[in-house]
Design a protein around this ligand. Structure first.
Ligand SMILES: NC(=O)c1ccc[n+]([C@@H]2O[C@H](COP(=O)([O-])OP(=O)(O)OC[C@H]3O[C@@H](n4cnc5c(N)ncnc54)[C@H](OP(=O)(O)O)[C@@H]3O)[C@@H](O)[C@H]2O)c1
Length: 262
């Protein structure tokens, strides 16, 4: 069964994923948001394959939860190509890709020494997203109904002063997602964007951002996915960042975030 939505300002009817019957690949699900989503989708009835670099984590999660697993480093083109070959050979019914892998690092822009962190972040968060979509889209376009879910951040809309390149990659993921969605109008592939607010995970070594609890976040996300309400998956806590330009609160929020962790 499929759900339908007609998004505001969006052309055409889009078929939304059915979380009870999908076959989903989530690179970036060895911890945090990806693992929580993988558990919920599997519990709802979907078949879930998780990916990441940590082979031992993958093995123990496979053992504990019965996920399919594949080792992948999304900063490496050959690794993505190999993972796509493996996943598609083992799961030809794959109809959903969630580009979850991401890293976040502090950078002090007053020193050019930050450049390696900047390049790693772009390679993982933005180029990794682009390459994953390139690797899976030809297959997804052959499915009767398929979904790509990209993962941006509230920081795509209000940058965190301490993490400039991270914020820029997430703004990039947002723009890329909008263009992808428009290119795929009229195809069987729907394009959703998960826009998390701060959530308590291992990102940045588990540093405390005042994020919301992972379970509460995942509950809200699953509710939004089930309702098929909109192409952007916006939990309550991220609304203020998402709409800050419209609401006239943007500069105030930028300055508020400047006081955090820099
Ligand atoms: N937590 C938040 O507050 C928040 C807010 C907004 C957006 N997000 C986004 O949500 C996503 C998940 O983050 P999280 O908070 O759940 O953090 P996390 O617990 O650190 O999870 C990050 C995941 O990305 C994977 N990963 C990192 N680099 C990778 C690479 N080169 N190749 C493959 N996988 C890689 C990690 O797996 P391995 O280490 O096993 O490779 C891990 O599974 C990220 O895109 C993040 O930017 C998080």
């Amino acid at each position: 069964m499929t759900g339908l939505w007609m998004g505001p300002g969006h052309t055409g009817i889009v078929v939304v994923m059915d979380i009870t019957t999908s076959t989903v690949f989530i690179p970036g699900a060895t911890s945090g948001l990806g693992l929580a989503l993988a558990q919920r989708l599997q519990a709802a009835g979907s078949t879930v394959v998780i990916g990441g670099r940590r082979a031992s984590r993958l093995a123990s999660l496979r053992e504990a939860f019965g996920f399919g697993t594949v080792e992948v480093d999304v900063s490496d083109a050959d690794s993505i190509a190999a993972a796509a070959t493996t996943v598609l050979a083992e799961y030809p019914a794959l109809d959903t890709l969630v580009t979850m892998s991401g890293i976040m690092r502090n950078e002090d822009l007053r020193s050019p020494d930050h450049i390696d962190d900047a390049l790693d972040t772009i390679q993982t968060n933005l180029v990794g997203t682009i390459r994953l979509i390139d690797a899976f889209l030809p297959h997804l376009l052959t499915r009767p109904s398929a979904t790509v879910i990209t993962v941006s951040s509230g920081l795509a809309f209000v940058p965190l002063t301490a993490t400039p390149t991270y914020s820029a990659t997430k703004a990039g993921v947002h723009a890329y997602t909008e263009a992808l969605r428009q290119q795929l109008v009229g195809t069987p592939v729907s394009v959703l964007e998960l826009v998390p607010p701060a959530v308590q995970t291992d990102l940045m070594g588990g540093a405390d951002f005042g994020g919301m609890p992972l379970d509460a976040f995942t509950d809200e996300v699953v509710g939004l996915l089930r309702s098929g309400a909109a192409p952007e998956i916006l939990v309550e806590n991220v609304q203020g960042f998402r709409w800050s330009e419209r609401d006239g609160t943007h500069q105030q929020l930028v300055e508020m975030l400047a006081s955090r962790g820099h």
